[in-house]
Design a protein around this ligand. Structure first.
Ligand SMILES: Cc1cc2nc3c(=O)[nH]c(=O)nc-3n(C[C@H](O)[C@H](O)[C@H](O)COP(=O)(O)OP(=O)(O)OC[C@H]3O[C@@H](n4cnc5c(N)ncnc54)[C@H](O)[C@@H]3O)c2cc1C
Length: 465
């Protein structure tokens, strides 16, 4: 039998129940109290259907689960939170790693050891005052390990490369249930795959990463009125043509839905956000922000000297999933942006349209110097990434938002290209949208070597689903 791409041996709940006494942590089956909460991902609009959930308390729990799964012929998948929720894991045993929460920082060695359940917010907070930083993304609730396994695009990627580039070692439970340390000495090929190739190769229980130096950090958000959206997007095009690698800026058009639960001052209104982080002095950063400030009134701002823990707050993203709203997204990698691109996007996003949110992030810099030989997810060629979203309050709105997202994806095709990270990969799209073809082939070879029986399954299976 095959469910959601997972090949299953004949399996009953009674059979899986035999795993329960082997665990310190909890095993939940569909009839158990708490099943709904345990199996629901962060992105609850995806109805995942695992056959069981293991809340691992120890590495031994992971070992027991993988060995059991290998014997029973049921694949194992790992998902600490489920920002990357997927139907690809239907029929699998889902391991939650939230309790594998070790975290230690060695300031002198400039390294950190991070357990599989630790969110970026905790890692960043531990770095405040150290002069060191970690390559987290925009949301502190995203878990560090899957982000690093998925490449990871951060505020600092233009200066330091993808998140995966700092991954120096991983403690894993492999597909046979063996506990192993993977580093450049023990298994360089597997380390290469873990550096951005995703969660298909081993269950990672902890990673060691290098921590780049960041003696000065400055930045935050400028909120401008919606009338300035086109001007701010055009200014972004100009500023990013020559911005240094130490300066990263993102520009976002946002129209809040007319939902009664939102405060009156934002309900149904449009704004444009200019978010920036600079690895350097306030004076240098302000010179780069000046063209945006010159556009008109700044309604609100958070621009200031930053500590690492502030990096997760700049974009003011929700840490808990919005209730009762389905988000519909489209993402593209771009070779360049220009006025025609801005016009194309803003004609389709904003007040009254099914898509209320559009963001361009500046990439480039060190991302283009990353070497595929050093890690599957180290090189990102495109100069920009683009992301648009609709927040659909009802099923009727979902279809309209999906149609609008597909139309927008087609409309920006002339600027679009391949090359990205798995963390932004659209489910079902070919892996060559993310990696060069030779890297996809090498990932498939590694998968066949380390997991020939397909015991482990990620949200982006390298051998297809
Ligand atoms: C609001 C928001 C903001 C975001 N911002 C950014 C950003 O700035 N930059 C960026 O790069 N990404 C960003 N992302 C994407 C995010 O990095 C991915 O969704 C990523 O998968 C992490 O999400 P998660 O912690 O919920 O992991 P999950 O969705 O829980 O897991 C994702 C996958 O990782 C693998 N995995 C997880 N844990 C393990 C493990 N221990 N061992 C082996 N495999 C494992 C599995 O294949 C799993 O399916 C954002 C996502 C959201 C929703």
């Amino acid at each position: 039998m095959s469910v959601g791409g997972c090949t299953l041996a004949p399996m009953t709940t009674v059979t899986i129940d035999a795993l329960r006494p082997e665990l310190d942590g909890d095993l939940l089956l569909p009839d158990d109290d708490g099943w709904e909460e345990a199996s629901r991902p962060w992105n609850a609009s995806v109805q995942q259907r695992p056959v069981a959930v293991v809340r691992a308390r120890t590495v031994a729990d992971v070992v027991a689960t993988v060995r059991f799964a290998a014997r029973a012929g049921v694949p194992v998948t790992v998902q600490p939170r489920g920002h990357g929720a997927t139907k690809a894991i239907d029929g699998c045993i889902l391991v939650r790693t939230g309790e594998l929460d070790e975290l230690s920082v060695d300031v002198e060695a400039r390294t950190a050891r991070i357990g599989a359940g630790v969110p970026w917010g905790r890692v960043l907070a531990a770095l405040d005052g150290t002069g060191l930083v970690a390559p987290s993304g925009s949301n502190p609730s995203v878990t560090a390990v899957p982000y690093l396994l998925g490449g990871g695009l951060s505020w600092l990627s233009r200066a330091f490369g993808t998140g995966a580039s700092v991954l120096r070692a991983a403690d894993v439970v492999d597909a046979t249930g063996e506990v192993r340390r993977v580093d450049a000495g023990t298994d360089p090929d597997l380390l290469w795959a873990l550096r951005g190739g995703g969660g298909d190769f081993a269950v990672v229980t902890a990673v060691e990463i290098d921590l780049p130096e960041a003696p000065e950090l400055y930045g935050g958000r400028l909120v401008l009125p919606g009338e300035l959206t086109a001007a701010a997007f055009r200014t972004f095009v100009e500023v990013t043509r020559t911005a240094p690698e130490a300066f990263t800026t993102w520009v976002t058009a946002m129209t809040f839905p007319p939902a009664p639960q939102l405060p009156e001052e934002i309900r149904g209104r449009s704004f444009v956000f200019v978010d920036a982080v600079h690895l350097g002095s306030p004076e240098e950063a302000e010179a780069l922000l000046a063209p945006f400030r010159a556009l008109g009134p700044v309604l609100r701002e958070t621009v200031r000297p930053l500590q690492p823990s502030d990096l997760g707050t700049i974009s003011e993203e929700p840490e808990e999933p919005p209730v009762g709203i389905t988000s519909v997204n489209t993402a593209s990698s771009l070779t360049h942006v220009d006025e025609a691109f801005v016009d194309t996007v803003l004609a389709r996003v904003g007040a009254g349209a099914p898509l209320g949110y559009a963001q361009i992030r500046h990439l480039g810099g060190a991302l283009r110097r990353g070497r595929v030989e050093d890690g599957a997810g180290l090189r990102v060629e495109p100069e920009y990434s683009f992301w648009a979203m609709g927040m659909a309050p009802s099923p009727a709105h979902v279809q309209a938002a999906e149609d609008a997202a597909a139309e927008l994806r087609d409309a920006v095709a002339p600027w679009s290209t391949t090359g990205s990270t798995l963390t932004f990969h659209r489910e079902g799209a070919p892996l060559t949208d993310v990696f060069p073809a030779e890297a996809v082939r090498r990932l498939q070879e590694v998968k066949r070597r380390v997991d020939p029986d397909g015991v482990l399954r990620s949200n982006h299976p390298v051998l297809g689903g």
